[in-house]
Write a protein that binds this ligand. Structure first.
Ligand SMILES: Nc1ncnc2c1ncn2[C@@H]1O[C@H](COP(=O)(O)OP(=O)(O)OP(=O)(O)O)[C@@H](O)[C@H]1O
Ligand SMILES: [Mg+2]
Length: 231
C-alpha cells in the first residue's frame, strides 16, 4: 500500500538518505528500525512531505506523493505522529483534537466517541492545556489527533520514547486494536526491540541512509540484530 523506491534526501548539502527502498503491505504493522542517526525520522518526514526527496518515488495505493504538500498527503491518507509528539502545548486537549479534523476537512464529533473509547483520559482532560499533560498523555493526544484524520496509513515516530511502562503497554494495545480492525496500515519507528517484536508483522532496518535488511518479523535474526541494532 505504501511503496518507497530509491528515495534520496539531502539536508544542508549532505546526503542523508541514499536510496531508501521498502514497502508497507496493507493491513499490517511495519517497524522501521536502526541505530540513532541512520535516517529513520528523515524517511518518515519525507513520506509525510516535511522534507522533499531529490530522487525516488513514494506511492500510496498507487498514487505518487512526491511533489504533494503535507496537507494534500494528509488528505490522501497519511496520518503522522512525530517524534517528540509535538502537540500544541498552549491549546487545550479539545483544540488539539479539532486541529486533527480540520486537517482533513471533517467535523470531529462523529469520530470523538471512538477516540474516547481508546483514550478515556483525553475525555476527562478536554479543557486542560496540552502542555500540562504527562508525556504518555501527550502521546495519546498526538495519536488521537492523527486518527481523527482517518488515515489509510498511520505513521508513528518512536511512540514509546521517554514514556513509562504502563503507558507503553496502553499504546501497544491501541496499535494492536487498530491492526485487528484492519482499517489502516501502521508504520512505526521503534528502538525498543521487544515492543517491535510483539507488534510488528514486518520490519525494515536502516543503516547510514539506506534499508539494509527487511522481511517478516519472525525472520529477524540475532545476527542482524547484533549487526545493525545493538549499540
Ligand atoms: N535538520 C538537519 N540538519 C542537518 N542534519 C540533519 C538534520 N536532520 C537530520 N540530520 C542528520 O541526518 C541524519 C539522520 O537523522 P534522523 O533524525 O533521520 O535519524 P534517526 O534515525 O531518526 O535517529 P534517532 O534514532 O536519533 O531519532 C543524522 O546524521 C542527523 O544528524
Ligand atoms: Mg528519529
Amino acid at each position: 500500500m505504501l511503496h518507497l523506491s530509491k528515495i534520496e534526501v539531502s539536508i544542508g548539502g549532505s546526503q542523508i538518505l541514499r536510496g531508501v527502498d521498502f514497502h508497507v503491505p496493507p493491513k499490517s504493522v511495519t517497524c522501521l528500525m536502526g541505530r540513532n542517526g541512520v535516517g529513520k525520522t528523515t524517511t518518515l518526514k519525507t513520506v509525510v512531505g516535511l522534507l522533499s526527496a531529490t530522487a525516488g518515488s513514494i506511492r500510496l495505493d498507487g498514487q505518487e506523493l512526491a511533489g504533494m504538500a503535507p496537507e494534500e498527503r494528509a488528505r490522501a491518507g497519511i496520518g503522522y505522529v512525530p517524534q517528540g509528539r509535538e502537540i500544541f502545548p498552549h491549546f487545550t486537549v479539545e483544540e488539539n483534537l479539532q486541529i486533527g479534523c480540520v486537517a482533513r476537512g471533517k467535523r470531529a464529533d462523529s469520530q470523538l466517541d471512538r477516540i474516547f473509547q481508546l483514550f478515556p483520559i483525553l475525555k476527562e482532560f478536554l479543557p486542560r492545556k496540552g502542555g500540562v499533560l504527562s508525556g504518555g498523555q501527550q502521546q495519546q493526544l498526538a495519536i488521537a489527533r492523527a486518527l481523527l484524520t482517518e488515515p489509510k496509513i498511520l505513521i508513528l515516530d518512536e511512540p514509546t520514547e521517554g514514556i513509562q511502562p504502563n503507558v507503553i503497554d496502553q499504546i501497544g494495545d491501541t496499535i494492536r486494536l487498530l491492526r485487528a480492525e484492519g482499517a489502516m496500515s501502521i508504520l512505526l519507528v521503534e528502538q525498543y526491540l521487544d515492543f517491535a517484536r510483539e507488534l510488528a508483522d514486518n520490519f525494515a532496518i536502516m543503516d547510514r541512509g539506506a534499508v539494509v535488511a527487511a522481511g517478516q518479523i519472525g525472520g529477524l535474526t540475532e545476527a542482524v540484530i547484533q549487526q545493525y541494532l545493538v549499540v
